[in-house]
Design a protein around this ligand. Structure first.
Ligand code: CUA
Length: 159
């Protein structure tokens, strides 16, 4: 079979690209494992009640005058609910799931992360606008996924 020179060059180039892309995925998986993008922290999802932090999800004082919010997602609820945080302060969310993968999105903001069983997802945001926000699960997690919501109350700072 006669294959044109240019066609042969393009076939080789395309093949090399595929090998390079697949190789990148394999390499990154081997080097970094597949974990939440924030950091690598595991938690025993079958024994959250035995975990000093996640047994009592809630809002605690954090560094820089902010707060740390520990959240457990479990079909089909978030705990705590509602979550009350101050405006204009760093709010660090620490999430995990007691069962399957859930999403945690504060609608209308850029606060958005996955709650993954066995791992802790962590991110810090500041909410400049006081008010009530909807927290929605944005990963399909079962029959009542569409009902899995919570409320975030951002309180105006005391003067
Ligand atoms: Cu939890 Cu969808």
């Amino acid at each position: 079979m006669n294959v044109e020179l240019y066609e042969r060059i393009w076939m080789w180039a395309a093949s090399l690209l595929i090998v390079a892309f697949l190789g990148t995925i394999v390499l990154m998986t081997a080097l970094h494992a597949v974990t939440p993008p924030s950091h690598f922290e595991t938690v025993d999802s079958s024994n959250l009640v035995g975990n000093p932090e996640f047994a009592n999800p809630g809002v605690r004082p954090g560094p820089d005058g902010g707060v740390v919010v520990t959240v457990v997602a479990e079909t089909f609820d978030f705990s705590p609910n509602p979550i009350e945080v101050p405006a204009n302060r760093p709010v660090t969310f620490r999430l995990t799931s007691a069962d399957v993968i859930h999403g945690f999105e504060v609608v209308g903001t850029n606060a958005n992360a996955m709650a993954i069983p066995g791992y802790v997802s962590q991110f810090t945001v500041t909410f400049p606008k006081p008010g009530e926000y909807l927290i929605a699960c944005n990963e399909y997690c079962g029959l009542l996924h569409h009902n899995m919501t919570a409320k975030l109350i951002v309180k105006k700072e005391a003067p």
